[in-house]
Design a protein around this ligand. Structure first.
Ligand SMILES: NC(=O)C1=CN([C@@H]2O[C@H](COP(=O)(O)OP(=O)(O)OC[C@H]3O[C@@H](n4cnc5c(N)ncnc54)[C@H](OP(=O)(O)O)[C@@H]3O)[C@@H](O)[C@H]2O)[C@H](O)CC1
Ligand SMILES: [K+]
Length: 503
């Protein structure tokens, strides 16, 4: 699992790695530049006109090494040098000296920046990286704003968009990238929703620094990738039977809101549950049985919402229970939730109106069994934990909340963050903007509940479900883009298993 380390630690990791391996820091920069170029070659043509904007630190050094390598591969490259009045870092200086004579390199004066007019297809931002220690000013600020105003070309940031602090929220200006290629592990602030427009698509490239060096600076924050997930799946043998795949119960729905619990239930089945039963109000029985014949249904006749009478049911038959989608926040439903949390001590997932009830009745939080999984979106989380100044603050509050109530928080959004009571936070790498559609969260509830029911640990259930949910969204939206709807995501769950080689 990739460690997300602070910007300050990046320098220390580099120093430790270079010293241990007996290589020069220049060689490490060469590795980083090569990793960038290998990626670049797979995506861009030789006839693209590439402008590489290089600052005076090591980020600029990366840009210069990249320019040299791409030029040697036959790309049409122009280098623009900025910050020439500042003392360059030693590796930046060396890479300036190594630029081939025939490679065009232009020093940018104030006037050049103001009147810049070049016919470029691709702009590479190697102005500043994690070394930024104050908001942009002077030539850097002017150039970033000038580049931001250019349209019709592809903009790529190296390591981090210039101007973004690596561990904090942006103050001032920053480069707006279409793609950010971060070295070794994503920098923390690249995962904040406030920065999504600056970061564009996030790619992480390996530059050869292994886990051992990164883990010495661990802050308990991790970036979850495909290779981390495949290993966390349970293997079922050819002798496995329905019972091995778990019996789960999904509780929710109310008059006019039956779609949510129907989608959670189908998602649980598609994730592999042996049996999914849904507990719905009487008004939802026909809807469920007609639209999802694979699910069993339990309901009280002639009811429009889940009420305290539902507490008579024996929940202990189930390996896991998901509660909340479409359930409403009626007083009698809140009464049900209180009784249910008191009664059932197996693995549970609480979502949507289940969370809204907890926010309205915070005394119920103490009833949650240890490691219950709560899946709020940003707004639901703030209802539970109070107003958050920004995402950094929100992540801290998630950590405090998780520790205080001994629950697992799955904070949904781009790079969904899973927080454990021991303080560890896992950021997901799958998913895209097309998943921001009604019902997407209900699917995740069904998926986590299903994994819990299949006997996965709390940690593996949350990590696997969040990863597959995002991957299913990517698969579903590949040809539907903005027209993707939640049921498309459910249909893609089996394909997401196949992508990981899991049968
Ligand atoms: N393991 C890795 O990830 C590797 C990363 N590499 C690259 O190195 C950069 C970090 O390089 P660093 O030299 O530490 O920092 P920068 O290139 O970002 O530049 C820092 C210089 O910029 C000055 N500074 C700071 N803030 C501003 C500002 N607002 N405006 C102008 N200048 C600013 C600062 O100097 P001061 O003395 O003025 O404070 C620094 O000199 C990382 O992001 C990667 O791209 C390695 O190449 C390989 C390993
Ligand atoms: K940059």
């Amino acid at each position: 699992m990739l460690e997300i380390i602070s910007g300050i630690s990046v320098k220390k990791v580099d120093e430790g790695f270079v010293l241990d391996k007996g290589i020069s820091s220049h060689k490490l920069m060469e590795n980083a530049a090569l990793a960038f170029c290998n990626w670049f070659e797979r995506h861009y043509q030789r006839n693209d006109k590439v402008g590489i904007f290089c600052g005076h630190g090591n980020n600029g050094g990366d840009g210069l090494a990249i320019a040299r390598m791409l030029w040697r591969k036959g790309y049409d490259v122009i280098v623009f040098l900025v910050g020439e009045n500042n003392e360059p870092s030693p590796d930046c200086k060396l890479n300036r000296e190594l630029l081939p004579d025939k490679l065009p390199a232009l020093s940018m004066s104030h006037e050049d920046i103001a009147h810049m007019e070049y016919d470029l297809n691709i702009v590479v931002d190697a102005l500043l990286g994690v070394g930024i220690n104050r908001p942009l000013e002077g030539d850097y600020k002017n150039l970033v704003n000038k580049l931001n105003s250019l349209s019709g070309l592809t903009k790529i940031s190296i390591d981090i968009p210039t101007g973004l602090p690596s561990d904090d929220c942006l103050a001032g200006d920053a480069f707006i990238a279409d793609i950010t290629l971060s070295f070794q592990s994503p920098k923390f602030s690249l995962l904040f929703p406030e920065h999504a427009n600056y970061v564009g698509q996030l790619k992480v490239v390996d530059i050869g620094i292994n886990q051992f060096y990164l883990s010495q600076f661990s802050e308990g924050k991790f970036y979850v990738q495909k290779k981390d997930i495949a290993l966390r799946h349970k293997n079922f043998s050819r002798f496995s039977h329905k019972g091995d795949f778990g019996k789960v119960m999904l509780v929710g729905g109310s008059f006019g809101s039956m779609g949510a619990i129907r989608m959670s239930s189908e998602a649980a089945l598609r994730t592999g549950s042996g049996l999914a039963c849904c507990m719905v109000p009487g008004c939802g029985v026909d809807i469920m049985q007609v639209s999802l014949p694979e699910a069993q249904v339990w309901a009280k006749k002639d009811s429009d919402c889940i009420d305290a009478d539902y507490l008579g049911y024996n929940f202990d038959r189930f390996d896991a229970v998901g509660v909340g989608p479409g359930m409403g926040t009626h007083d009698t439903t809140a009464e049900f939730l209180r009784g249910f949390l008191t009664k059932y001590k197996g693995p549970i997932v609480v979502d949507a109106d289940g969370l809204n009830i907890l926010a309205k009745h915070p005394e119920q939080l103490s009833l949650l069994a240890d490691r219950s999984i709560l899946t709020p979106h940003l707004l639901e989380f703030e209802r539970l934990a109070g107003h958050c100044k920004n995402h950094k603050d929100r992540l801290q509050k998630a950590s405090d909340f998780s520790k205080k109530h001994k629950v697992i928080i799955v904070l949904k959004g781009a790079h969904t963050c899973i927080t454990f009571p021991d303080g560890r936070q896992f950021f997901n790498s799958t998913g895209n903007k097309h998943m921001a559609t009604g019902g997407s969260g209900d699917i995740l509830t069904g998926m986590i509940t299903s994994f819990l029911g299949q006997g996965y640990s709390f940690e593996n259930a949350a990590l696997c479900a969040v990863f597959h949910h995002g991957l299913s969204g990517e698969i579903a939206s590949a040809d539907k883009k903005r027209g993707t709807i939640a049921t498309d995501i459910i249909k893609s769950i089996p394909l997401s298993y196949l992508r990981l080689g899991i049968e």
